[in-house]
Each structure stands twice: as C-alpha cells, then as structure tokens.
Design a binder for this molecule. Structure first.
Ligand SMILES: Nc1ncnc2c1ncn2[C@@H]1O[C@H](COP(=O)(O)OP(=O)(O)OP(=O)(O)O)[C@@H](O)[C@H]1O
Ligand SMILES: [Mg+2]
Length: 308
C-alpha cells in the first residue's frame, strides 16, 4: 500500500450469525487507530446494528437512513467521533439494505459516497446472510473478509457465501445476456447445462462469447477474499483455515487468503459486558494478541500474503 494517503476498504461478512464479525470489526478498527491511522467503522448490519454497543456509545442519530432518505446530503456529516482517537463510527442501516427500500440508484450512490469518505481505513460490518445487497457491499471492498468458526455449519455457510459473491462478481463482469443467464444457472448444482465448476463455466461462456469469457477469467483471477477463523480452541481448529484455503483453490479456483485465527477467550465476553473494546479493556489477553497480529497483517498488506 505504501504511505497512508490511500483509503482502504475492508468489508466483514459471510458465515453464520454470532461468528464474531462485529467484535472483530470493532477491535481491528481500534488496533489500526492505535497505530496512528484514521479509521471509520461502518455498521451496515441490516436490522442488527450494534457496533456502538461494542464501543460503549449510544446509538447515533442521525443515521445512514437519513442519508438514503436525503435528509442528510453529506455522508461525512453522519460520522460520530468515538472515545478512541482516530476512530469514527457511521451507523444506522436498519431500514436501508431492505430490498424494497434500497433501490439500485440509492445503493450505488451510497457505495460511491463510502468510497469518497476521508480516512485511511474503512471497515464495514455487513452482518450475516447473503442477500444480494449484502453481496454488493461485500464486493465493494478491496478485500472482503469472511469470519468463520470451526464448526461444519459455519464452514458450509462460508462456502455458500463465497460462491454467491464469486458468481455475482462474474455476472457483473460479463455483458451478454446469455452469459449472465448461464452464470445464474451455474448457481444450481443440477443445472441443465451440466456446469459443475468455474472452469466448466469459463469454457461455456467462452464458447458463447469470446470477449465475455476472457473478461470473466481475468476478473476471477483478481478475486481474493480473506478468511479469519474465530473462536479457535485447539491446534486442530487452526488447521481448518488451511484446509478451507486449499478447498477453495481446488473446487472454485479462488485464492482465499488465510489472515489468521483468534482463540476462544472468556475475556471477549467480559469486555463486551463492560461495553469496552477488548483492545482497550484487556489488550494483553490471548484474543487481543491474535487480533493485533491480524491487524498488523492488514496494515502491511500490499499484496496480502497469507500467514503460514
Ligand atoms: N474469540 C472469541 N472468544 C470468545 N467469545 C467470542 C469470541 N468471538 C466472539 N465471541 C462471542 O460471540 C458473540 C457474538 O459475536 P459478534 O456479535 O461479534 O458476532 P456477529 O458475527 O457480529 O453476529 P451477528 O451475525 O449476529 O451480527 C459475542 O457476544 C462473544 O461473546
Ligand atoms: Mg454483528
């Protein structure tokens, strides 16, 4: 990245509810701000905004909804200074990501305005689920971060999210209607075209439309999502990150970066009960040490090498 003049956007999403997305977003934000860089946290969790509680502040008003409804014209007027230097918060997504509510034009405008915010880092907590609006927010970032816990159900959800995001990105890349339709069909494993892997899809799209096929493969090679394994309780758990990385490569041809793991630590819950970020309340705790390593990796992620 070099210097700190360029803003970097990380979106945190995917996986199951309660995996630790909000906890991680908050505390990586605190870490980065402690390093002296300007950070904005955006709470885009539909219906479940709670970053303010992690930071021990009242739910801010006005909110993002006021921006969507044009009661506030500048996104930066909604920024709240938290108790932590360099760390600001933007919240209030309750009614804004609703499919009915957030029309495409509004969504595009919001995504653009987020990209224009003055900051070094922008961290967006997306909440759970893989609704199209959530995927579009996930795909807005320089690096989307998936949080997963070492449970088969959480891992399945993560793969599903990743697959949806990947195909959505590919669909945005192609221009012909037939290629778009083919991508939609591919989402169904029992599709008529018999397409099972991204490789099959590339071949098929190439056959229909050479240019789309080429663009799609180029876009696919640029898709580099990141993974954080949270609530780790054993050495064996840590390995799950590596096997997920291999599986992604083998089955989807996706390069998944394993950013690191965070141990299960009672201190996490203690800090939340006190409404203080763990990085403030107990930065010597085991989970805080793990978070520091991940934040350090993010801050020095020109090419984002996975940890090994
Ligand atoms: N490393 C950890 N060690 C112990 N407990 C943890 C850890 N990470 C998260 N938790 C627990 O998991 C709970 C859920 O975390 P959090 O609210 O960040 O999840 P989330 O993914 O944002 O959930 P949602 O999808 O509902 O928004 C926390 O209240 C905390 O008690
Ligand atoms: Mg959350």
């Amino acid at each position: 990245m070099g210097g700190h003049s360029q803003r970097v956007i990380w979106t945190i999403g995917g996986g199951k509810g309660g995996s630790g997305k909000s906890f991680i977003t908050t505390n990586i934000g605190v870490c980065l701000s402690k390093m002296g860089t300007r950070v904005i946290l955006i709470d885009a969790d539909l219906g479940g905004a709670n970053l303010h509680t992690f930071l021990g502040i009242l739910p801010p008003v006005p909110t993002l909804s006021d921006f969507i409804k044009k009661r506030v014209t500048q996104l930066h007027d909604l920024l709240i200074q938290t108790n932590i230097p360099n760390l600001k918060l933007l919240t209030g997504a309750q009614d804004l990501l609703n499919a009915a509510d957030a029309k495409n034009v509004q969504k595009r405008k919001l995504l653009r305005s987020i990209k224009d915010l003055e900051s070094d880092y922008i961290l967006v907590d997306l909440g759970g689920g893989n609704a199209l609006n959530v995927l579009d927010f996930f795909l807005m970032s320089d690096g989307g971060i998936l949080v997963v816990t070492p449970e088969p159900t959480a891992i399945e959800n993560t793969y599903r999210f990743l697959k949806s995001a990947f195909y959505r990105r590919l669909k945005q890349t192609v221009s012909s209607y037939s290629a778009k339709t083919l991508i939609d069909q591919t989402m169904d494993p029992k599709n008529e075209a018999g397409i099972q892997t991204p490789y099959d899809l590339f071949q098929e799209v190439k056959r229909i439309n050479e240019e789309d096929g080429r663009r799609m493969m180029e876009e696919a090679s640029k898709f580099h999502p990141n993974l954080i394994l949270n609530q780790v309780r054993s050495k064996k758990d840590i390995e799950i990150g590596f096997s997920m990385r291999s599986a992604c490569h083998q089955y989807f041809g996706i390069h998944l970066h394993y950013l690191g793991y965070i141990v299960f630590d009672q201190e996490v819950s203690n800090s939340i009960r006190k409404r203080k970020p763990l990085m403030v309340e107990n930065d010597k705790s085991k989970a805080a040490q793990c978070l520091k390593e991940i934040a350090f990796r993010l801050a020095h992620s020109g090419s984002l090498d996975s940890f090994n």
